[in-house]
Design a protein around this ligand. Structure first.
Ligand code: PEP
Length: 265
């Protein structure tokens, strides 16, 4: 990942059959997707192989929505990280729907992040507070807990390479979105926590995304936030036109930032 690349990950969740996922990927790469943005799509595990084949000659990354932390064994219904090798570049860990609907704990995310790196797959660790936690001013504590446990088995080098998505749970799929100034505080908190756990280089190198009801209309307000590397998009990634628009928003913000830097130099 280049230091300057903006990142956009589309979370398809439990949508699209294998055929529909492949058709999306085929249509998407026929458009001019910005080459200087790291774009990732997340097919369900049945569609991973097909989508990965369609995207193999493109620069679009494949992200697995999930995988178990044991490498193999008697774990009926699960898919392991080694099984993702060659099919996925990234894997989601700790998405709020898995934490809150499927009861995945912080310890589970810790095991999964370590398992992902063992198989050469980069984890995207999702963190964020619920509405009640927010109303009780527990956001920082929740981020601390999710990061200190989730990252605990990783090396500094691994943490420096990974992606953390700040996703306030109350803003996911609800149409409610966080105010950019609050996201900025959370992003700073995430970098500060990573710095205190793994040092300044890891704190600056880890990539931090915002997710929560991002649309093509509000995307730029998040991309302008200090310290943010990109977007994690659910609903607005399910249409090629919307996802493309947001990928282009990432490109515009990248160009604006580079121009600003040039002017300052
Ligand atoms: C998500 O799936 O993590 C998400 C942020 O969804 P949405 O953009 O629909 O809120």
């Amino acid at each position: 990942m280049s230091g300057h690349k903006k990142i956009i990950i589309g979370n398809w969740k439990m949508h699209f059959t294998v055929k529909q996922a492949a058709a999306f990927a085929t249509k998407f790469i026929s458009k001019s997707v910005p080459a200087d943005v790291l774009v990732g799509v997340t097919p369900n595990c049945l569609a991973l192989s097909e989508v990965s084949g369609v995207l193999s000659k493109s620069a679009i990354n494949v992200v697995s929505q999930n995988a178990y932390y044991e490498d193999e064994g008697a774990f009926t219904g699960e898919v392991s990280m080694p099984m993702l090798r060659g099919l996925a570049d990234f894997v989601l860990v700790g998405h709020s729907e898995r934490r809150h609907i499927l009861r995945e704990s912080n310890d589970y995310t810790r095991e999964k992040c370590a398992a992902a790196f063992r198989s050469g797959i980069v984890p995207i660790l999702c963190v964020g507070e619920t509405l009640v936690e927010r109303q009780n001013y527990h956001t920082n504590q929740v981020l601390n807990d999710q990061l200190s446990v989730g990252l605990a088995d990783l090396t500094t080098e691994e943490v420096s390479k990974m992606i953390i998505a700040y996703e306030p749970v109350w803003a996911i799929g609800t149409g409610e979105y966080a105010r950019p100034e609050d996201v900025e505080k959370a992003v700073a908190k995430i970098r500060a926590e990573v710095t205190s756990l793994y040092g300044a280089i890891a704190g600056a190198s880890v990539k931090v995304l915002y997710g929560g009801s991002v649309t093509r209309e509000n995307a730029r307000s998040y991309l302008e936030i200090n310290g943010i590397d990109g977007l994690f998009v659910g609903g607005a990634s399910l249409s090629v036109a919307n996802f493309l628009a947001n990928s282009r928003n990432c490109r515009v913000s990248l160009v604006l930032k580079l121009n600003k830097k040039k002017k300052e130099a």
